[in-house]
Design a protein around this ligand. Structure first.
Ligand code: PLP
Length: 369
């Protein structure tokens, strides 16, 4: 019996969630976003299980290189593009698809003599003010890119939604209104929608959807739950009870003694802490499942341990499984308690956690990732 914290990754749920994205945007192509180690789920395994995606997208060159080295030969989009000549040469050699979002990247492409021309996307800044050409500069950038020897064909047009997590926020419509004239003028493939756009805003679907968070089963919406949109949790984070203590009323528990037993009671110690990625910031009374039954975290989260109220669970024993989030306990609930979002919880899982992959297609074509 393994006492190390475990992230069980359900590849069937992952594939189901991609199907949900496709069903929400029928007929569109899907670029599965697997940056940051597939949101903490494991880059190569997730890529391999997403064989149905038309392309994969990562933030940085190094992530794409890792995928390519793992045998992946599908189109890999670099969402932050190539940042110097060396990166551009590497991207060209491996046939990656960079996003071009800044005039310096135009210059890089103009002066580069890559091994072969690159397919690319042109990013338009329609209001996020992070990456992309301003709408009034984008047409010129598009024309320049289309004429370059280092660029294969015409670039696609991409933008990114800033506020789509709130279905009622008017910013999304304003962004789409800025994007549309360019899309109409150049009639090349477009890509706009992140998970929130895919599920909440059909007008944003364009030709290529870019699902990220929803693939992993969490809701991209403020106060949403993945289940609201038929998403299934992919990661279930669990650990085990490593001690069960009978304590007296008034006994302090954990660092600082910030919590005291309100009565004589059993308190369980679970072998997982912030050193594994469970957030130290969580509020008191955050739910956990011990043997599948809900109870609550008490006292401060330590590096390697958390403590739980076992007063209603007299049968709980050392070795019993404890679910921190996932199947039966929505990650959104934990994110709320930690005053954060599911993205940071997923990305925060550390290398101490053991990954168990279940389901998915037989890994016979593993090296095709
Ligand atoms: C991360 C990212 C996505 C995916 O966003 P989700 O909210 O996780 O669906 C899509 N597009 C770009 C440019 C991104 O950086």
């Amino acid at each position: 019996m393994a006492f190390v914290p475990t992230a069980r990754i359900d590849l069937d749920a992952l594939r189901h969630n991609l199907a949900v994205a496709r069903a929400a945007a029928p007929g569109r192509k899907a670029m599965a976003v697997i940056k940051a180690d597939a949101y903490g789920h494991g880059l190569a395994r997730i890529a391999a299980a997403l064989g149905d995606a038309d392309a994969l997208a990562v933030a940085r060159l190094g992530e794409a290189v890792a995928l390519h080295d793992a045998g992946c030969r599908r189109p890999i989009v670099l969402l932050e593009g190539c940042l110097d000549a060396e990166e551009l040469a590497e991207a060209a050699a491996r046939d990656f698809v960079p996003v071009v979002h800044h005039s310096e990247q135009l210059e890089l492409l103009r002066t580069a003599r890559p091994a072969r021309p690159l397919a690319c996307w042109l990013k338009v800044d329609t209001g996020m003010h992070r990456l992309g050409f301003a709408p009034d500069m984008a047409a010129d950038a598009f024309t320049q890119l289309s004429a370059m020897d280092s660029v294969r064909g015409q670039p696609g047009l991409m933008t990114h939604l800033a506020n789509a997590d709130d279905r009622w926020d008017p910013t999304t419509a304003a962004q789409l209104a800025l994007f549309k004239p360019l899309a109409d003028r150049f009639a090349v493939p477009t890509s706009v929608a992140n998970s929130a756009g895919i599920l909440g805003c059909p007008d944003s679907h364009g030709d290529w959807i870019r699902p990220g968070l929803m693939l992993y089963g969490a809701s991209p919406f403020l106060n949403g739950k993945g289940g609201d949109d038929s998403l299934r949790p992919v990661m279930t984070l669990s650990a085990r009870l490593i001690a069960v203590n009978q304590l007296k009323a008034g006994d302090p528990v954990g660092y600082g003694g910030s919590w005291r037993c309100p009565q004589d009671m059993a308190v369980g110690v679970v072998g997982i802490g912030y050193g594994d990625g469970y957030p130290r910031e969580i509020a008191g009374d955050t739910p956990v499942l011990v043997n599948g039954r809900q109870t609550r975290i008490v006292a401060r989260v330590s590096m390697d341990m958390v403590t739980v109220d076992l007063s209603g669970l007299p049968a709980a024993r050392v070795g019993d499984p404890v679910t921190l989030w996932g199947e039966g306990l929505p990650v959104e609930r934990i994110a709320l308690a930690a005053d954060t979002i599911p993205y940071t919880l997923f990305c925060g899982i550390t290398s101490r956690v053991q990954y168990d992959y279940v389901g998915g297609k037989a890994p016979a074509r593993e090296n095709q990732a």
